[in-house]
Design a protein around this ligand. Structure first.
Ligand code: SAM
Ligand code: SF4
Length: 445
């Protein structure tokens, strides 16, 4: 992860390549925007179109059906989707694309009605009725079959497993509760069953997913119980995203103690100012967040810590901003997603007075970014010269570099032709603020 704004560039959907393009087959192209939840939802959508006999293609112009699975968290995500819809209208007029479906968080928002009309979209679905796509592609509608419990594409080296959907918080700025609804937790047996199937199919890395995974609870069990159980079944485990109010010391200690859990914590703080945390309805104070970080650093001294920060929320003063800078320095994050506040219609913050001027937001953004990068660079330098075992997440590209991850959660660029899903021993040769650079030492696990 990098200490920069989160990208809304379409994410490659899975490590699996689409099948060979057969010009006679029905074809579909899926584009994913936004977070890992959406990547996972796209995996389920992929399942449906495959069941319906579509071949997946990568280019719009090769597709009978295009499905845009979208994000609504910030306005620039919507602008990007509008750009794609404009392009698709042109291709449809030329007869190169037949039908367009819009799914995901934009589909669940009020704005989707206007988009549907402007761009003549054939099908608009929210996040709760994605299963209706089944009918659209010619399958019987099977709500119970295409629900969040349906696993994505199985057998990849890395797999996401959704443990909960929705969110019960009401953060002032956030559209997620509106478009994803209230929290629903999957039963423990269902999660463990899916993990066991994936591992039996060759998956080496499980990421537990949800908007506030640490809020998971079911029949008296809490998130740490689930994490521990998954860590018994899976060879490598990570989870995201967590909420500071739900994060238990027990979970932080389990990260340090359990060999199969990657020692990487993503704990969004949003602001270092208690005043702003209150305005945002985050439900904790900066001091509580600092204490959590102390527990994590003690449990996993070599582990990596990342966060989300919003700059320029309405009402944010210079003093609030200074407090965020102080917290960033104290916590010494290894990386951070820093967001400029984006007003979302229907959220409380969108109608608050005291908006922060763009130039001030930009300056604060750069100040936080600089602070995060300085700390990250210093921490990464300590790794240089060390020997590490890394897990290869993405195989080598044309420049011969593969991307791996240490057990401490550091991203590593390494010269190796090792396949994704394998472990490689490396020596860290150098480090930047975002990534470590390494050479393979020749021993493969
Ligand atoms: N559930 C997680 C939590 O509580 O921290 C975050 C999920 S949210 C989809 C991902 C991040 O987007 C948030 O942590 C926040 O920093 C950012 N975000 C959400 N709404 C935003 C907005 N209106 N403007 C800017 N950033 C926003
Ligand atoms: Fe949004 Fe996260 Fe707050 Fe839920 S907890 S409202 S997902 S920022």
């Amino acid at each position: 992860m990098s200490s920069t704004t989160k990208t809304t560039t379409p994410i490659p959907l899975s490590s699996k390549r689409a099948g060979r393009f057969d010009p006679k087959a029905k074809t579909a192209c899926i584009r994913t925007f936004g977070c890992q939840m959406n990547v996972h939802d796209s995996d389920r959508i992929r399942r449906m179109i495959q069941d319906a006999g579509y071949a997946e293609v990568q280019r719009y112009e090769d597709a009978d059906l295009v499905i845009l699975n979208t994000c609504y968290v910030r306005e620039n995500a919507v602008d990007r989707v509008k750009g794609h819809l404009g392009e698709l209208n042109r291709l449809r007029r030329e007869g190169r694309v037949k039908r367009v479906a819009l799914t995901g968080c934009i589909g669940a928002a009020e704005e989707s009605a206007a988009l549907r009309q402007t761009y003549e979209i054939d099908l608009v679905l929210g996040t709760h009725n994605t299963y209706e796509l089944a009918e659209f592609v010619g399958l019987p509608t099977m709500q119970e079959t295409y629900t969040p419990e349906l696993p994505g594409t199985e057998g990849g080296h890395n797999a996401f497993v959704t443990i909960m959907t929705g969110c019960n918080y009401q953060c002032s700025y956030c559209i997620v509760p509106t478009v994803r609804g209230r929290m629903v937790c999957r039963p423990m047996e269902s999660v463990i069953g899916e993990v066991e199937n994936l591992v039996a199919g060759g998956t080496g890395y499980i990421t537990l997913l949800g908007q506030t995974v640490d809020a998971w609870r079911h029949e008296g069990k809490r998130f740490c119980d689930l994490l521990e159980a998954v860590s018994e079944s899976a060879p490598r485990v990570w989870f995201t995203t967590s909420h500071p109010s739900n994060m238990e010391d027990r979970t932080l200690n389990a990260i340090g103690e359990r060999d199969t859990i990657v020692k990487r914590l993503h704990l969004p703080v949003q602001s270092g100012s208690d005043r702003m945390l209150k305005v945002m309805h985050r439900g904790y104070k900066a001091e509580k967040y600092r204490r959590k970080i102390e527990v994590f650093r003690e449990a996993a001294p070599d582990g990596t810590l990342s966060t989300d920060i919003i700059v320029g929320h309405p009402g944010e003063t210079e003093e609030d901003h200074e407090q965020t800078l102080r917290l960033v320095e104290d916590c010494a994050f290894d990386s951070a997603y820093i967001f400029k506040f984006s007003p979302r219609r229907g959220t409380e913050a969108a109608s608050l007075p005291e908006t922060v001027p763009d130039a001030v937001v930009q300056r604060r953004f750069l100040e936080v970014l600089r602070q995060v990068e300085q700390n990250a660079f210093t921490r990464n330098q300590r790794k240089v010269g060390g020997e590490e075992e890394i897990y290869i997440r993405h195989g080598s590209t044309e420049d011969g570099k593969a991307i791996g991850e240490t057990w401490s959660g550091h991203a590593v660029h390494v010269n190796t032709d090792a396949a994704p899903g394998t472990y490689v021993k490396v020596r860290i040769e150098s480090a930047g603020p975002h990534v470590l650079y390494a050479d393979e030492t020749g021993t493969r696990a």
